[in-house]
Design a protein around this ligand. Structure first.
Ligand SMILES: Cc1ncc(C[n+]2csc(CCOP(=O)(O)OP(=O)(O)O)c2C)c(N)n1
Ligand SMILES: [Mg+2]
Length: 281
């Protein structure tokens, strides 16, 4: 969509955050931390970088987005709703029995979702397959995959990393949401793959770095990723888990925590998004 107006993008990011809180609701467990952590990355993809058509979600030339850390899909649901893939009013049905919005992404259920994820470690392999398909089909779409930093402990990730470099898959962009936390605590105290940027570089990837909450810096990194050097690209995005809701920031209990009625109201009060204003539909 290529709208670089930062006031516009910041407003969209606030709406994505409000959508996440509304999707979780009161007294329901929901993945607030990781969704908030990725909210600005997802906003920059859907409202700035990606070529996509909400009225034609399977257009073969669309850029693909895969949330490999599928538990954070609430950020994607909010962005999809704000773009007009489905009504905003559907967000509170998330995780309800029969809803087309479940706790992890399902491609046959939700318009705009490209892959079923949630079992960590698989999304980069799926994205690599899509990127190779684009090359075989002579289409110029790009594939963006958001990974969690703890997710990088999954061995399958590194199979995809080596294969993407070997096949010189330049239309594949991995974005690592580097919030330094996993589900129950601090990564460095639990299981740490080490220096993420240097490892991807050693495996043959081009590595970019950004503040994962600075929309201008994210947009710059996404633009820089367009350059074709014959390498896949990894953007290391420094983030804060729970970003935007003070009591959830850097707080492992909000990896998948429930909000009390007071916390729900406090979260919405801190985000102040002008909910629903300026939507495409
Ligand atoms: C294969 C697999 N193992 C374990 C889990 C349970 N799980 C869900 S989220 C999570 C932690 C993910 O941490 P990270 O990748 O850093 O994501 P974020 O911090 O952004 O939430 C775990 C272990 C899972 N979904 N899949
Ligand atoms: Mg993490």
């Amino acid at each position: 969509m290529q709208n670089r107006d930062m006031d516009y993008l910041k407003a969209r990011a606030r709406q994505v955050r409000e959508g996440i809180v509304r999707a979780i609701g009161v007294n329901n467990k929901g993945h607030l931390g990781g969704s908030m952590s990725s909210a600005d990355l997802v906003t920059a993809l859907y409202f700035y970088k990606m070529r996509h058509w909400p009225d034609d979600p399977s257009n073969p030339d669309r850029d693909r987005f895969i949330f490999s850390k599928g538990h954070s899909v609430l950020a994607q649901y909010a962005a999809l709703a704000l773009c007009g893939y489905f009504p905003l009013q559907a967000l509170p049905s998330t995780k309800k029995l029969g809803s087309f919005l479940q706790g992890h992404p399902e491609r046959d259920r939700t318009p705009g979702v490209e892959a079923n994820t949630g079992s960590l470690g698989q999304g980069l392999s799926i994205g690599l397959g899509m990127a190779l398909t684009g090359r075989l089909d002579s289409r110029d779409y790009r594939v963006y995959v958001i990974l969690g930093d703890a997710e990088l402990a999954e061995g399958q990730i590194w199979e995809a990393v080596t294969a993407a470099a070997f096949y010189r898959v330049a239309n594949l962009v991995a974005i690592v949401d580097h919030n330094k936390l996993q589900a129950t605590g601090v990564i460095s105290e639990m299981y740490d793959v080490g220096e993420i940027g240097r490892k991807f570089a050693a495996f043959g990837w081009r590595v970019l770095e950004t503040d994962g909450h600075d929309l201008a810096s994210i947009a710059d990194a996404l633009d820089a990723a367009d350059e074709n050097t014959g390498q896949p690209v990894m953007i290391l995005a420094h983030t804060v888990k729970g970003k935007g809701v003070s009591f959830a920031e850097n707080e492992p209990s909000f990896h998948n925590g429930a909000l009390t009625a007071e916390q729900y109201e406090q979260a919405l009060g801190e985000i102040v998004s002008g909910w629903g204003e300026g939507n495409e539909k």
